[in-house]
Write a protein that binds this ligand. Structure first.
Ligand code: UD1
Ligand code: CA
Length: 444
């Protein structure tokens, strides 16, 4: 029996003051909803259902890309968290097992916490945390181990507001029982909403057991404002840097390095100051990422050196001991073992063979204004400085292109291609020309 996860993401997030849905704002290089989906995936769920509402089209497009297996359902009107979960009912018809409810705007839930909830000995378990009594969260009212009910801050009397065990919003229980109970929830409360939080009391009335699983407050942090988004980013980065250091990555100035949610860096890699990792980067053991480099969607193998000031874009594949130097941009290109592209180059839609040297200022001219074309360079080749490789074009193994060439035709293995105008020298002409110009200047 698998688990099911329902992620609530229909709310407007009006305090973001944004035309973009709250769950699409980015944290660590990924929209907030991606963080919730990642937490969900730790449960290896049979079904993931995302409840959308505000900016539903955009949210659904993002979900389709991030988690194609997830099903989106719409909540046309945002009538409350309980109502939101009920929208998942058709998508959960016939489903068996446990359902988890998560929020799309709560990015820091740890997989271990969800697994602990899965194993908690109760029919229903709610994730709670301790916070100071000023916080306006729903209160978890307990009697011993039993969760008696949840009271929203708005509906709580003074004694209940003094409770410091807060509702995170995350809960778990039998999928069909949850949906049945939610159908009983009314909206006779301070907010006039259908509260998901009515569920534990209804479950108890049926003789089901209800408990609290506890976690740290920062794990349930929800994003409501840009300021909270910024401090969540800072919290994420602090944690990612600490983790990198713990796992054996050298960061010479940790506070200047920015990671994405999915950055993977191997032991004994070294990252110099001011490096930004966008989504989809893997750096293997012993690679060195030099200062001021920007990487996304790239794979850097063992012993490779990137930067300073390099840009690796999606599809950049660097094999072992490749060097990509300053002001070099690499996109959708495979660079084989030991090859070097050290200065001022653009390598896009290309493959470069092992041990090939690409001279300064070389550019793969991959775009004709409509289509992208590939450049293929063999192993052990030498691409002279400032070579323009007009794709589609192939340069064979061990071939050589002369400096300043515009290569429009394939170069055979072992051949030397020169594609530039021949130099013409005019003895004495420079001196004569300058004299004439100076004379002109004194006359005017
Ligand atoms: C909710 C809980 C509260 C808890 C707090 C934790 C209820 C009634 N209250 O309050 O006990 O302490 O979260 O942060 O559940 N959403 C929808 N559709 C709706 C309403 C909300 O999808 O109709 C989504 C929102 O987008 C958001 C989440 O549900 O991701 C929580 O909604 P929000 O309005 O922020 O709930 P709170 O009032 O904060
Ligand atoms: Ca909230």
């Amino acid at each position: 029996m698998g688990h099911h996860v329902i992620i609530l993401a229909a709310g407007q997030g009006s305090r973001m003051a944004s035309d973009t849905a709250k769950v699409l704002h980015e944290l660590a290089g990924f929209p907030l909803i991606a963080h919730a989906l990642r937490a969900a995936e730790a449960l290896e769920p049979a079904r993931i259902i995302v409840v959308t509402g505000h900016e539903a089209d955009a949210v659904e497009a993002a979900v389709a890309e991030l988690a194609p297996e997830a099903i989106c359902v719409r909540q046309e009107e945002q009538l409350g968290t309980g109502h939101a979960v009920l929208q998942a009912a058709p998508a959960l018809a016939g489903a068996e097992g446990q359902a988890f409810v998560l929020y799309g705007d709560t990015p820091f839930l740890r997989p271990g916490t969800l697994l602990a909830m899965a194993e908690a000995p109760a029919d229903f378990t709610v994730l709670g945390f301790e916070a100071s009594p000023e916080a306006r969260y729903g209160r978890l009212v307990t009697e011993g181990d039993v969760l008696e009910r949840i009271v929203e801050w708005k509906d709580a009397d003074e004694a209940t507001r003094a409770v410091t065990l807060m509702n995170s919003g995350v809960l778990r229980g039998d999928v069909q029982v949850m949906l049945e109970l939610l159908a009983e929830v009314g909206n006779d409360n301070a907010a006039g909403e259908y509260y998901l939080t009515d569920l534990p009391a209804l479950a108890r009335a049926r003789g089901l057991t209800t408990r609290v699983t506890r976690c740290a407050e920062d794990e349930t942090l929800g994003i409501n404002t840009r300021a909270e988004l910024a401090s969540a980013e800072a919290a994420f980065q602090a944690r990612a840097r600490a983790e990198a250091l713990e796992t054996g990555v050298t960061l010479t100035a940790p506070e200047t390095v920015h990671f994405a949610m999915d950055t993977v860096i191997g032991r004994d890699a070294l990252v110099e100051p001011h490096v930004v990792f966008g989504p989809g980067v893997t750096v293997e053991s012993g690679a060195r990422i030099r200062a001021f480099s920007h990487l996304e969607g790239a794979h850097v193998s063992r012993g490779a050196v990137v930067g300073p000031y390099a840009r690796l874009r999606p599809g950049a594949e660097l094999a072992e001991h490749v060097h990509v130097g300053n002001f070099v941009e690499v996109k959708n290109a495979q660079i084989a073992e030991g090859a070097k592209v050290n200065h001022l180059s653009y390598i896009g839609d290309a493959e470069i063979g092992a041990k090939t040297n690409v001279g300064a200022g070389t550019i793969t001219c991959n775009y004709d204004g409509v289509f992208k074309h590939r450049t293929s360079i063999g192993a052990g080749a030498f691409i002279g400085s400032n070579t323009m490789l007009v794709a589609p074009v192939r340069v064979g193994d061990g071939a050589f292109t002369a400096t300043g060439s515009v290569i429009t035709e394939d170069v055979e293995p072992g051949a030397l291609a020169i594609a530039r105008a021949r130099q013409v020298a005019k003895p004495g002409l420079a001196t004569k020309m300058m004299a004439r110009l100076r004379a002109l200047k004194t006359r005017n």
